[in-house]
Design a protein around this ligand. Sequence first.
Ligand SMILES: [Zn+2]
Length: 129
Amino acid sequence: MPTWTLHAEFTFDAAHFIEGYDGPCSRVHGHTYRVLMKAKSHKLSPSKYLKTPEMVCDFAELKWVADDGEKGGLDHTLLNESIPVATTAERIAEYIHKVTKERIPEHIELTVTVWETETSWVEYTDKDV
Ligand SMILES: [Zn+2]
């Protein structure tokens, strides 16, 4: 079966604290989060910018998180204010997945990986792997 997998990788800077955490992560601190978005599809679709079916989806739709907080992204925000979930890497990945799924064709299998540090990351998808 023909299969395309788009990969979009970017970083964003944000502050956060983990409410209820018994340790230093309960205090406000920052990370340069790295994010890898993987969008897998067996067919191509039209997009907002291209009327014929030549893309899995627009790369821009996979990179909204990197936009400035004042433009709808998460860059330079306090995550505890900019997202409606706990700010563990697990919940951040799940939230990015949910919002991105609303922006891309429904059949796409999306996997979101979020690095909180160079050596600590989480991968999230809503399918069994
Ligand atoms: Zn942290």
